[in-house]
Design a protein around this ligand. Structure first.
Ligand code: GLA
Length: 382
C-alpha cells in the first residue's frame, strides 16, 4: 500500500506525502446503543483506509480515489458536501471541521486507497474520516488529542454524509489496540481495553454483499424513534436524558400503552445495553458459549424489534444458528446489509466457510465474501 501510494503521489503531484492508515472496525456486541449513550464493544481490524497527503501553497484541494480512478477538486472557500460522489465527502467533511474550529486550513493534495470493503458495515467511511483528520492534524501541526479528532470525524459523517451516527466507528478507528476490544461508555467516553481471548475460536465475517438503499434514512429514523421514547418518559421522569437511564418498567408504564413500535425500538436498546454489560462479564470469565448466546439474542432483537436486518442477514444467521461449531452469530453495524459476525471453532472455519458460501449463493443469488477478523491498532502515520 505504502509503495503504491508513494509512487502514485509522486507521479501526480511531484512531492512526497505523509501517509496515514486508519482501520475499519468490528463490534462484538452493543448495536445501536452508542447514540443512546449506552456501551459498545468494538475493535479495529487489519483492513484500513490509507490517505496520502501534502499541503499546497494555494487554497485548492485536489483529491484522488485511486481504486475508483475518480478525481475531485475544490477550494477552501467552497467547502461543502458533494452531491454526485460520496467518497470526497468523507475527506472534505473532515477538513471542514478544522475550519469550524477556527484553525487556519491550507490547500492540500490527497490520494485515497482503502481495503475496507464498502457497504459491508465495517465503517469504511469512518476510516477515511479518521485518516484525513489525522493527516491534517500532522501536517498543520495542530496537536489535537485523539479524542477531539474522533469527535471531528464523527461530525464529518453528520454534516457531509448526512448520517447522524454515534461515536463508535470513529472511536474504534482512532483508538483501536492490537488484540483488544474497547469497552466504551458512550456517555462519559470512558473506555477500557479488554484483551480478546477466544481460545480456539475465530471471528469470521460473512459479507452479504448487499447494501439496501434505506440504510441511512432508516438509521436517522431509528434515532428519532429512540428520542421519541425518551421524551414521553421525560413527561414523568424528568431525570431521564437518554435510553441509558431507562428501565423496562418505565417502558411498560409510559411507552408501551402509547405506541408499540416505539416501545419495540426502545425496549431493544434497553435490553441491548444490559446484554452488553453481561457479555463483558462472559468475556472476563472466558465463557464464550454464553457470549455467543447473547450475540444470537442481539440478532433476534435487531431483526424483530429494531427492524434493521434484511433477508440476506437473517438467512446467514439462521444457517449457522444450530451449528455446534458456531457459538454466536449476528448482523453487525447499522444494518440493512453488510456483514454478520460469527464466533467459529478454529478447526471448523474452512469447511464452514465453504459450505455457507455455496449455500448462500444458491439461496440468495449473490456471492458471499468471507474474512477472518484480526484485531489491530488505531490510526497512525506509516
Ligand atoms: C453505524 C454507526 C454507529 C452505530 C452502528 C450501530 O455503524 O455509524 O455509530 O450506531 O451503526 O451500532
Amino acid at each position: 500500500m505504502k509503495e503504491k501510494l508513494l509512487n502514485e503521489f509522486n507521479l501526480r503531484f511531484g512531492t512526497t506525502p505523509i501517509i496515514v492508515k486508519s482501520p475499519g472496525r468490528i463490534n462484538i456486541i452493543g448495536e445501536h446503543t452508542d447514540y443512546n449513550q449506552g456501551f459498545v464493544l468494538p475493535a479495529a481490524i487489519d483492513k484500513a483506509a490509507y490517505v496520502a497527503m501534502s499541503l499546497r501553497e494555494d487554497a485548492e484541494i485536489h483529491l484522488v480515489a485511486m481504486d475508483l480512478e475518480e478525481f475531485y477538486s475544490t477550494s477552501l472557500d467552497e467547502l461543502k458536501p458533494v452531491q454526485d460522489l460520496s467518497w470526497p465527502n468523507y475527506i472534505l467533511g473532515a477538513a471542514a471541521q478544522f475550519q469550524k474550529k477556527g484553525i487556519q486550513l491550507k490547500g492540500f493534495n490527497a490520494i485515497l486507497l482503502s481495503d475496507v470493503p464498502i457497504g459491508a458495515g465495517l465503517s469504511s467511511s469512518a476510516a477515511i474520516e479518521c485518516a484525513t483528520t489525522f493527516a491534517l492534524n500532522e501536517l498543520l501541526g495542530t496537536r489535537l488529542s485523539r479524542l477531539s479528532m474522533v469527535e471531528m470525524a464523527q461530525k464529518a459523517e453528520h454534516e457531509y454524509a448526512g448520517v447522524l451516527c454515534g461515536i463508535m466507528d470513529q472511536f474504534a478507528s482512532m483508538m483501536g489496540r492490537k488484540d483488544h476490544v474497547i469497552r466504551l461508555d458512550c456517555r462519559s467516553l470512558e473506555y477500557q481495553y479488554v484483551p480478546l481471548q477466544l481460545d480456539g475460536f475465530k471471528i469470521v465475517l460473512f459479507n452479504t454483499n448487499v447494501k439496501h438503499s434505506l440504510a441511512s434514512s432508516a438509521y436517522n429514523t431509528r434515532r428519532e424513534e429512540c428520542q421519541q421514547a425518551v421524551s414521553w418518559i421525560n413527561e414523568f421522569e424528568t431525570r431521564v436524558e437518554s435510553l441509558r437511564d431507562v428501565n423496562l418498567s418505565m417502558l411498560d408504564q409510559y411507552v408501551r400503552p402509547r405506541n408499540e413500535l416505539i416501545d419495540d425500538r426502545s425496549r431493544f436498546v434497553v435490553l441491548e445495553i444490559d446484554r452488553l454489560l453481561n457479555a463483558c462479564k462472559d468475556l472476563e470469565q472466558g465463557n464464550i458459549v454464553a457470549l455467543g448466546q447473547k450475540m444470537l439474542a442481539t440478532h433476534d432483537g435487531l431483526s424483530k424489534m429494531y427492524e434493521v436486518s434484511c433477508r440476506e442477514l437473517d438467512w446467514l444467521v439462521d444457517e449457522v444458528r444450530d451449528n455446534p461449531d458456531v457459538l454466536g452469530a449476528r448482523m453487525m453495524g447499522g444494518g440493512f446489509g453488510g456483514c454478520t459476525i460469527n464466533l467459529v471453532r478454529e478447526a471448523a472455519v474452512e469447511e464452514l466457510t465453504q459450505k455457507v458460501s455455496m449455500a448462500y449463493e444458491e439461496a440468495n443469488g449473490l456471492p458471499l465474501t468471507t474474512y477472518i477478523a484480526s484485531i489491530g491498532d488505531g490510526a497512525a502515520v506509516i
